[in-house]
Design a binder for this molecule. Structure first.
Ligand SMILES: NC(=O)c1ccc[n+]([C@@H]2O[C@H](COP(=O)([O-])OP(=O)(O)OC[C@H]3O[C@@H](n4cnc5c(N)ncnc54)[C@H](O)[C@@H]3O)[C@@H](O)[C@H]2O)c1
Length: 239
């Protein structure tokens, strides 16, 4: 019971990594506030300032505290620098980068008042390795890693830790959608994913959820401003 008595907000909790994390956190004793655009008990658009403030206020009203914020909500963006429209760029940055900023800004005053808290941000292994035709997505995830380190410097004195997860390719609806759109035979896509990694195993949402649990819990009390790679060796061979 590594999150016994903890109040944990998970954004993007209706699917994939967010859903697996919400379930794991609950199994570890947490009171989980599962939030998403739809399909979760709490509604939030992380890119909307008023909605992030309303969610944080509601959680404090209902539960009296906020111990963990897992900024997991995110959207993909496919395109090289020429293909990427300004609309796509703005959308991806709005959810992936601005969303992390707004949700964090909404909960941090509560964590500072408690003198404790753990924020976990969804970055990506793409910030280490690069990947074809992912200009907007890579930029947004680089912003998340930089924001993580900078927030950690400011919040350390308040007892708040801020870390990032750098997943590789994880078989969630996010990736399944991409495979079915990009390959006539999705199995060919899976083969290509395996060939980039050091293991033939495909990443599962639970692999990232377990890393999120570690960063959320006191087990990682000495881990601050870190990017934890969970990528089956995707980046290890390249660094
Ligand atoms: N799956 C991967 O391979 C992979 C790799 C690296 C990083 N990530 C990151 O992990 C996170 C989760 O990815 P996933 O694969 O589970 O994706 P997913 O598409 O399965 O789930 C993402 C969830 O976020 C929600 N969401 C989207 N926009 C939102 C908004 N504005 N406000 C609130 N919720 C919103 C969606 O409704 C969805 O339920 C994302 O940030 C993603 O970029 C995923």
């Amino acid at each position: 019971m590594r999150l016994e008595g903890r109040v944990c907000i998970v954004t993007g909790a209706a699917s994939g990594i967010g859903r697996a994390s919400a379930e794991l956190f609950a199994a570890e004793g947490a009171t989980v506030v599962a939030a998403d655009l739809e399909g979760a008990p709490y509604r939030v658009d992380v890119g909307d300032e008023a909605e992030t403030i309303a969610l944080a206020g509601r959680v404090v009203d209902e539960h009296g505290r906020i111990d963990v914020l897992f900024n997991n909500a995110g959207i993909p963006g496919v395109g090289d620098v020429v293909e990427t429209t300004l609309d796509l760029w703005e959308n991806v940055m709005r959810v992936n980068a601005r969303g992390v900023f707004l949700m964090s800004r909404a909960v941090v005053p509560t964590m500072i008042a408690q003198r404790s808290g753990s924020i976990v941000n969804a970055s990506s292994a793409i910030v280490e390795t690069g990947l074809a035709r992912r200009v907007s997505y890579a930029a947004s995830k680089g912003a998340v890693l930089a924001l993580t380190k900078s927030m950690q410097v400011d919040l350390a004195e308040h007892g708040v830790r801020v870390n990032a997860l750098l997943p590789g390719t994880i078989m969630t609806p996010f990736v399944e959608r991409y495979l079915s759109e990009s390959y006539d035979d999705p199995e060919e896509g899976r083969r290509s994913i395996r060939s980039r990694q050091l293991t033939g195993e495909l990443g599962a949402a639970e692999d990232v959820a377990r890393a999120a649990l570690y960063l959320a819990s006191d087990e990682s009390r000495f881990v601050m401003g870190a990017g934890l790679t969970v990528d089956g060796g995707l980046s290890a061979g390249k660094l």
